[in-house]
Design a protein around this ligand. Structure first.
Ligand SMILES: *Cc1c(COP(=O)(O)O)cnc(C)c1O
Length: 475
């Protein structure tokens, strides 16, 4: 590096604006008012450091000397804009994946949002308004959960992974759990069943094979140290063909006979039967309970369509053992969680979930409805972009994906918009839509940009169309 340095560099280095000088510019002042002095100061240090590196590496020449401060101001503004992009913001999901884990899974219902707003100040989270004494958190949400699932008791924690750790730790620490080899799965990024069991102190006893496990396999594996039979829904993974696994009722009979607990991790878990929407093998929680599962866990933000949470339901004595474990204190939900869940449960209890709860509304949207929305969006876009040569706006048969750990094959066929252009690649269009405010997330297939309206609420369609028009006009 030394050898590459030229005499000019020393003079250029001296001409570098100081962090202080940069911070005293009007532009930095405006940014400090918006982002705070601390973050802007940190960014200014980074900007000047990186300018210094550029000078030392010979990337800046004597001719740029006068504009060093200007360069620093532009870099500072870029950095602050980038930091804004990193913070949590609304996006439009035009990718057609209903429960999109990277996009925050289930959008909340209006009622859930209002309930969160109501609870966001002081609220009676652990206060009994009748007696003025301390109350227990989540009582009403747990009652509703029991009504919806037929379980004796329920418990709510922060996510289904926490629920699984809590159940296994409180019921099986130091003992063994028997599980089929076909269910030792990884779900989403980081939820790996064998690792969760190890962390929970439960010994893993594998039975059967990847594709077939019989009830007699479980029977033979039960030993002195066995406490629990575990059934895990493979969620986003399927073995098809020559397969079999015992039902919840067979496992329950065996567990009862041997004095063991049957725990089912249902994952997505449907509160109601969603088979008519192609979700053929999502366990319906009430069915698992009536088939004899002692404890069932599932997520609140997958097919339930509510806030991130882990729901635990089951037999009274089993749930009380779980509740009294110290880990429950570490995993319990916040007032925001209870508020959103109560509102969502209410929609299910009233029977209005297909109108109120966005995840279910999108799942149930009919092909006719989506066809007509897609047709009218296409004709409006053709009209607005008509003058553009080499542009194609077609309607093709696409598939929306349920996502969020439900069956990989769980898809809903529907027409989607396919945009192509002779000059702008699908990749470029996708990037431009992603850079829009609010960002629009779309997917690419065969060098065409696909826009699936199933996951775009009616009220966001206008913004989406404007974003698409904008993306083409840039080119
Ligand atoms: C999704 C899933 C989990 C993890 O749930 P989170 O709510 O994301 O923690 C655990 N088990 C199964 C079977 C799942 O499908």
């Amino acid at each position: 590096m030394e050898s590459r340095r030229q005499p000019d560099d020393a003079r250029l280095l001296k001409a570098l604006p100081s962090v202080d000088l940069l911070l005293h510019t009007d532009a930095a002042g405006v940014m400090a008012a918006e982002f705070g002095r601390g973050p802007v100061t940190r960014a200014a240090r980074e900007v000047i450091d990186s300018l210094r590196t550029s000078v030392m590496e010979g990337d800046i020449s004597e001719g740029d000397r006068e504009s060093l401060l200007e360069t620093a101001k532009v870099a500072l503004a870029d950095e602050m804009r980038a930091s804004r992009r990193r913070s949590l913001k609304r996006v439009i999901n035009a990718a057609g994946v209903i429960v999109h884990t990277n996009l925050g899974r289930s959008p909340l219902s209006k009622a859930a949002v209002e309930a969160i707003a109501e609870a966001s100040g002081y609220c009676n989270l652990e206060y009994d308004l009748e007696t003025g004494n301390r109350g227990r958190r989540g009582v009403r949400a747990e009652e509703m959960l029991c009504e919806l699932t037929g379980a004796e008791e329920g418990l709510i924690v922060n996510n289904c992974a926490a629920a699984a750790v809590l159940v296994l730790t409180s019921l099986c620490e130091g003992g063994d759990a028997v599980i089929s080899r076909g269910e030792l799965v990884e779900i989403g990024g980081d939820f790996r069943v064998p690792d969760v069991m190890k962390r929970s102190g439960a010994g893993l006893v594998e039975v059967g094979t990847t594709n077939r496990t019989k009830i007699s396999d479980y029977e033979k594996a039960i030993g002195e140290n066995t406490r629990l039979l575990l059934k895990v829904h493979p969620s986003n993974y399927r073995i098809i063909g020559f397969t079999s696994a015992p039902s919840v009722s067979e496992l329950s009979a065996l567990a009862r006979d041997r004095g063991l607990v049957l725990y089912e991790d249902a994952g997505s878990g449907a509160l109601i039967d969603l088979r008519r929407f192609g979700l053929d093998d999502e366990p319906v929680i009430a069915e698992s309970i009536s088939a004899g599962a002692d404890v069932v866990t599932f997520s609140g933000d997958k097919l339930l369509g509510s806030v991130q949470s882990g729901l635990i339901v089951g037999r009274g004595d089993v749930i009380r053992r779980i509740r009294s474990h110290p880990l429950y204190r570490a995993f319990r939900g916040s007032k925001i969680v209870y508020a959103a869940l109560e509102a969502t449960f209410e929609s299910f209890l009233k029977g209005t979930m297909f109108e109120d709860v966005p995840t279910l509304r999108m799942l149930a949207a009919s092909t006719e409805e989506l066809a007509s929305r897609t047709e009218s969006a296409a004709s409006e876009l053709r009209e607005r972009l008509g003058a553009r040569e080499g542009l194609s706006i077609d309607i093709v048969e696409g598939t929306s994906v349920v996502g969020g750990g439900s069956a990989p094959a769980a898809t809903r066929g529907n027409p989607v918009l396919a945009l192509g252009d002779r000059e702008i690649s699908a990749r470029e269009l996708e990037e431009r839509l992603r850079a829009h405010d609010p960002p629009v997330i779309a997917r690419i297939e065969d060098d065409r940009l696909l826009i699936d309206l199933r996951t775009v609420p009616q009220e966001e369609e206008e913004v989406l169309k404007n974003a698409v028009c904008g993306a083409f006009r840039l080119g």
